[in-house]
Design a protein around this ligand. Structure first.
Ligand code: GLN
Length: 487
């Protein structure tokens, strides 16, 4: 029998630490204990930082004893996806190519969490360079779903989702390029947010596809997600794509309900063939999304189906744009500047040998696809065409947000699948992202909220989509869904 844990929320931990009713040291001890108790079966972490975490917790307790102010996440254990840089702590992207590399600086999000009093307990496993939907593409072996270890936790932020889903820590960070926060959140039964592109700094996030990548939180409650996003979000001059505007107040929005909001169910992602839905959305998942719509309607929102034809073209456009950007971003791993170096008779051979040995199969596939899509002669037909589709999607979604405050869909087409079920055929893996990719291409925010279980008893997440900087409204609906899912 595996032990089960249920971490208190970040909000309640921070309140308890700040008012002195519990020590950060005790909170961190409990979290490390829970992490270690399940790590053998989950493989959620590339590195557990037990000593560093205990030192950081002691420092927070000392500050409190000295009457100093501590931040809104005082003593809250957090886990960080291992593609975010951490000063003096190895950062691997779950790739052999970064073997032995230790970043000399921290990502802005890591600094902001620490400044708010959060305590990093470890670096979590991912699909190599965040390419995948199951965390099976890791050089360090797959992570497992905390609710059934024969199944995947989703990906690419599978480790971050698994450790929060296991109840070991209340907060982790992931990155979402095509769904890598929302899909694993859905499969592990936790809240996961992909913020508006530019809301959260990408400084120190190792780039996969720079025009799509965005960092966001995994939490057990909607209120915690709002709190963490308020801490990590907001303008950062070190990221040139960071939006120079103040963060919306998300915590304040939580209790406002959805009365009077207009919410559209995306027909193409509804699972209903008579509405023109794509194939592959499982009936039990579609039923949960429909139940979520009914709950929002009961809370006063008006619900309508809305056809967004371009949404189904997101998948092919993404699998050209993301690999194209990746092929460029990953050119820097040449055996000279970072990590692994394999021998060769000259520099070129050394470069090739390092990349051959250092990159896994999926990363190589993406580099080849992306390089091909960017080749002169094919550029217009592939990359250029995909960019046109992207513009079309932005226009179409923006037009619909004139009539709707929010949109709704399932997060993942199915519940968690068995390990190895989709590794043989990359296409079957890619279609997992059909519901999540549109928001990455448009830059708009979206989040997954747990909403019951499927026929197999595994968690199902519902996706709430919002227009640019529409997080406050998005969180209103998420809070209503969370409440409705409780009964
Ligand atoms: N599953 C998608 C991919 O493999 C998305 C990954 C991500 O969001 N990082 O590219």
């Amino acid at each position: 029998m595996t032990e089960s844990f249920q971490t208190p929320s970040a909000t309640s931990i921070a309140a308890g630490v700040r008012d002195g009713s519990q020590s950060a040291a005790d909170v961190i001890d409990a979290a490390i204990g829970a992490v270690e108790a399940r790590e053998g079966e989950l493989n959620a972490y590339n590195l557990v930082l037990a000593d560093d975490a205990r030192t950081a917790a002691a420092a927070i307790d000392q500050k409190i004893a000295a009457g100093e102010t501590v931040g809104p996440l005082a003593g809250v254990p957090v886990a960080i996806k291992d593609n975010m840089c951490t000063t003096g702590v190895a950062t691997t992207c779950s790739s052999k190519i970064l073997e032995g590399w230790v970043p000399p600086y921290s990502a802005t999000v890591v600094e902001r969490l620490a400044a708010a009093g959060a305590v990093m307990v470890g670096k979590t496993n991912l699909d190599e360079f965040a390419m995948g939907s199951s965390t099976e593409n890791s050089a360090f072996g797959p992570s497992k779903n905390p609710h059934d270890i024969t199944k995947v936790p989703g990906g690419s932020s599978g480790g971050s989702a698994a450790t929060v889903g296991a109840g070991a820590v209340p907060v982790s960070l992931g990155s979402d390029t095509g769904g890598s926060i929302r899909q694993p959140a859905s499969l592990c039964g936790v809240v996961g947010v992909k913020p508006t592109y530019g809301m959260v700094s990408r400084y120190g996030l190792i780039a996969f596809a720079s025009s799509l990548d965005q960092i966001g939180p995994f939490t057990t409650t909607v209120a915690d997600a709002a709190l963490v996003l308020e801490v990590i979000g907001g303008h950062d001059p070190r990221d040139s794509t960071s939006i120079p505007e103040p963060m919306p107040n998300l915590t304040e929005a939580l209790g406002k309900g959805v009365d009077g909001l207009r919410i559209g169910i995306i027909s193409e992602l509804s699972g209903d063939p008579s509405l023109g839905s794509v194939e592959g959305i499982a009936p039990d998942v579609a039923a949960r999304a429909a139940a979520a719509a009914a709950a929002l309607e009961a809370a006063g929102a008006s619900i309508e189906h809305v056809s967004i034809p371009s949404s189904v073209h997101g998948l092919p456009a993404y699998y050209l744009i993301a690999p194209a950007e990746a092929s460029s971003n990953l050119a820097r791993y040449d055996g000279v500047r970072y990590g692994l170096r394999s021998d060769g008779p000259n520099a070129l051979a050394m470069n090739a040998a390092s990349r051959t040995e250092g990159f896994g199969e999926e990363v190589k596939r993406r580099i080849m696809l992306g390089t091909y899509a960017l080749t002169s002669g094919y550029y217009d037909a592939y990359y250029g065409q995909a960019q046109k589709v992207r513009t079309l999607m932005i226009d179409e979604f923006n037009a619909h947000y004139q009539n709707f405050d929010l949109l709704l869909s399932p997060t993942s087409p199915t519940t968690a699948f068995e390990l190895d079920a989709k590794t043989a055929d990359p296409m079957t893996m890619y279609v997992n992202d059909v519901c999540t990719i549109p928001s990455n291409l448009t830059g708009q925010p979206a989040m997954s909220v747990p909403f019951g279980v499927g026929d197999d008893g595994m968690p199902v997440g519902v996706q709430v989509l919002a227009p640019m900087m529409g997080e406050a409204t998005m969180f209103r609906a998420a809070a209503v869904l969370e409440e409705a899912a409780r009964v």
